[in-house]
Design a protein around this ligand. Structure first.
Ligand code: 4AD
Length: 431
């Protein structure tokens, strides 16, 4: 009797030796020893080896099938300690659904080439593992916000003014030939929505014309942003640490296998529980100076400075109290020390650096207009944003979490481009 319906490879590996099984997927590896042809099949759940001898019906198909061909394999399961998963299929039938041409991806190809054929490289076991972790991270984010009274909202991608400074805006020629921009952040729209929903969040792409080629910059990244009325800096930091801890916990619960496949050491991830340490910008400057870096109070922190700081901590930590001039105009200044803002970044440990930026917003109209002018911007460009301070303004705070950077850190990746399937960088918009 032959098995009639294909089952996931993960399920097949759980069956007792001697049982008939049918699986379908793609040829992961193939070895033809003449009398024995080994075909390792991969599906979304795992890999299993099958072996075809001259007695089996499909011996010749197994000998001619190529890597990445799609196949349906059936036969009898048997124990084999040398096979991945400890079991293999004594192959009876192999149906070739789509015979693959010579697959261009081999062991020795360059990183650049792998990015050129990303539409094929996404099949790799490594990429599959990352995508499963990413799936968990996005799901856990939605879980947390929904369980904690936040409404999910959707904001436009075409916008008319900068949120995060003009230097990284992407202009787009609009239908009427006017110039609009791709959004850098949904923050201002979220701020408008707290007046009805109080606590809101969104997950959407943000666009930055980043000219720098770094390990952690994309031109299109996935941005999870939240905004809450009646909340101050301390309150929003508590939201951030609870949210990030919930996501890491979710991945540790659901993706042990994927983390292992990626060689991710999970010891530090296990430490990700609130509260996260909080260090002031002032203290950070002292630490950096004591480590011999050439930096003075008032300077922005770059990737190198962040890396040095992250080596001081085993878990994510907040850097708060940035000087006015290194943070965007909407950040509220500290009333007790006006040269610094009520802002904070969350930095991931182990060299990863900033994954969240956020803080308290200016709620008073006169203060906001004055700061827009101090930053050399035109209040006219922010007309509707200023309206929010005219009609029932409230204290409020929010943040933006870079999902790709979060996944990069959790999965322990070297480069942000490996955290998502089809990365967009200064050098790449294909495939
Ligand atoms: O610190 P940023 O620029 O903050 C904002 O955009 C705020 N308006 C968010 C808010 O308060 N609603 O960006 C927030 C996060 C960064 O910490 C980083 O993780 C990510 O977005 N990010 C990028 N990720 C990948 N590539 C880029 N070019 C990124 N720019 C920012």
């Amino acid at each position: 009797m032959t098995a009639t319906n294909p089952i996931p490879i993960r399920e097949a590996l759980k069956l007792q030796p001697g049982q008939e099984v049918k699986v379908r997927g793609w040829v992961y590896r193939r070895r033809d020893l003449g009398d024995k042809a080994f075909v390792v099949v991969r599906d979304s759940t795992g890999i299993i080896q099958s072996v075809f001898t001259p007695e089996s019906k499909s011996h010749s198909e197994a000998r001619r099938v190529t890597v990445e061909s799609s196949v349906i394999v059936s036969g009898k399961l048997r124990e084999d300690p040398r096979a991945p998963g400890g079991k293999e299929i004594q192959g009876e039938e192999l149906v070739i659904v789509g015979l693959a041409e010579n697959f261009p991806i081999r062991r020795d190809v360059s990183r650049e080439f792998l990015l050129d054929v990303r539409h094929l490289a996404v099949r790799s076991r490594k990429m599959t593992a990352v995508l499963k972790i990413r799936h968990t991270a996005f799901g856990a984010l939605h879980e947390w916000f929904r369980e904690n009274g936040y409404y999910e909202v959707q904001c436009p991608m075409f916008v008319s003014a900068a949120v995060e400074g003009g230097a990284t805006l992407f202009p787009v020629k609009y239908v009427d030939e006017s110039t609009v921009y791709l959004t850098q952040s949904s923050q201002f729209y979220l701020e408008a929505l707290i007046y009805s929903l109080e606590k809101v969040y969104t997950v959407a792409p943000s666009f930055r014309a980043e000219k720098s080629r770094t390990r952690r910059h994309l031109t299109e990244f996935w941005h999870a942003e939240a905004e809450a009325a009646w909340v101050g800096l301390d309150g929003i930091l508590r939201v951030e640490e609870e949210l990030v801890s919930h996501i890491v916990r979710g991945v540790l619960e659901r993706n042990r296998e994927e983390l292992a496949l990626l060689g991710r050491d999970t010891e530090k991830l296990e430490l990700v529980e609130p509260p996260f340490p909080r260090i002031s910008y002032d203290k950070a400057i002292e630490i950096l100076q004591s480590r011999g870096l050439n930096i003075s109070w008032g300077d922005d922190l770059g990737a190198d400075e962040e890396r040095v700081l992250t080596m001081e901590f085993d878990k994510p930590f907040f850097l708060y109290g940035f000087p006015e001039k290194v943070k965007a105009f909407y950040h509220k200044n500290d009333p007790s020390r006006p040269e610094v803002t009520l802002s904070a970044d969350l930095l991931a440990p182990e060299g990863y650096g900033e994954i969240i930026g956020g803080g308290e917003r200016i709620e008073r109209l006169d203060e906001l207009v004055a700061k827009i002018k101090r930053f050399g911007l035109n209040p006219e460009d922010y007309r509707w944003y200023l309206d929010l301070r005219k009609y029932g303004t409230v204290p409020h705070a929010g943040f933006g979490l870079g999902m790709d950077r979060l996944v990069m850190w959790i999965a322990g990746l070297e480069h942000i481009v490996d955290s998502l399937p089809f990365p967009r960088t200064v050098a790449r918009t294909y495939p």
